[in-house]
Design a protein around this ligand. Sequence first.
Ligand SMILES: NC(=O)c1ccc[n+]([C@@H]2O[C@H](COP(=O)([O-])OP(=O)(O)OC[C@H]3O[C@@H](n4cnc5c(N)ncnc54)[C@H](OP(=O)(O)O)[C@@H]3O)[C@@H](O)[C@H]2O)c1
Length: 399
Amino acid sequence: MGKALIIGAGGVGNVVVHKCCQNPDVFEEILIASRTKSKCDAMKEKLDGGRTKIRTAQVNADNAREVAELINEFKPDVVINVALPYQDLAIMDACLETGVHYLDTANYEPPDTAKFEYKWQWAYRDRFREKGITAVLGCGFDPGVTGVFCAYAQKHYFDEIHFIDILDANAGDHGYPFATNFNPEINIREVTAKGRYYEEGQWKETDPLSVKKVYNFPRIGPKDIYLLYHEELESLAQNIRGIKRIRFWMTFSDNYLTHLRVLQNVGMTSIEPIIYEGKEIVPLQFLKAVLPDPASLGPRTKGKTNIGCIMQGIKDGKPVNYYVYNVCDHQEAYAEVGSQAISYTTGVPAMIGAMMIIKGIWKKPGVYNVEEFDPDPFMEELNKQGLPWHEEFQPTLLD
Ligand SMILES: NC(=O)c1ccc[n+]([C@@H]2O[C@H](COP(=O)([O-])OP(=O)(O)OC[C@H]3O[C@@H](n4cnc5c(N)ncnc54)[C@H](OP(=O)(O)O)[C@@H]3O)[C@@H](O)[C@H]2O)c1
């Protein structure tokens, strides 16, 4: 049926590749391209011989010209960007030049400012519309499935959703004193940024990790959760009818936070370049180099993740509460695709989003966030592709 160019061969890329190969009717051919070609070749070696044809290539995705050349040569229907957020704009430029649909899992961040905002990518709306191609932004789990969950709730259960709390719990244990579950640079930039949430038309800021609650998660139990800013809040605050407040919460263990505080206090999480032995280095990038590679956590991580959305609103004038979530087991994910649940919960939705584009179900010219598409076919695929979801209509609410 179609061809996908997958850019990025890290933890998430590995899951996308496996999942495309599990759906050969949709993904007849894939090209895995990344900075380090040997990682793409290793994936091909593992999965070659099935019905999905696999090719590999080296690419520097910071260079739009190089990406465009690769697209012109391979002629994919869609580019799945699972490299880093810094490459988003160059890859979007290449898609515009070549007229190919685009999908990513994380919004653009300028490498020298730790700030996520959709403005850079939303600025491509007119150009994508004029070119007749679709960009689907933020199609991992969060952002991604969390937006689809909200769209599904809006479509089926609510006239207006007033309050949304997105809860992201990772009860996995990898046995290291300190490691991050995905790219450490991106992860630490996210966690050390100021918290922010939307309330009554305004954005409110909190000091990093200063707002804490405890939530008793289904299948995981009680966990400390901290208020963070997360990129889907920006688009959901615009796209959900009647929204009064939307917040994002993530679990962290005391051990993780103690290590992070020390690293922050000694300056290791800074993105300001320093000179070391005559060479310019960025402390956070150096820290990434000494921390365990997230891809190496797969075989050692035990436990589950639980990510979902608690919503409160009204339907036919009556109050409605609703909680929808997925529970993913690290070891089951590893047994299936060789990556832990964080990569799994990101890569599966990226594949489903690309499937929606190739099948022509999610196709409208322009640049869109996931909640702007029909959620039903995506929700159906989540159940089929390894991320089943559960609903509760009398959930415990956060105050
Ligand atoms: N929405 C969500 O739920 C969610 C959750 C987790 C992660 N994410 C996002 O998913 C993406 C991938 O995460 P990950 O954990 O897989 O990261 P990762 O393991 O660090 O993998 C990133 C891959 O991109 C490649 N890359 C980096 N710069 C490149 C460039 N200039 N040109 C070509 N390739 C380049 C890397 O190449 P090398 O192998 O040479 O380093 C690596 O293969 C990130 O954007 C992350 O923010 C989203």
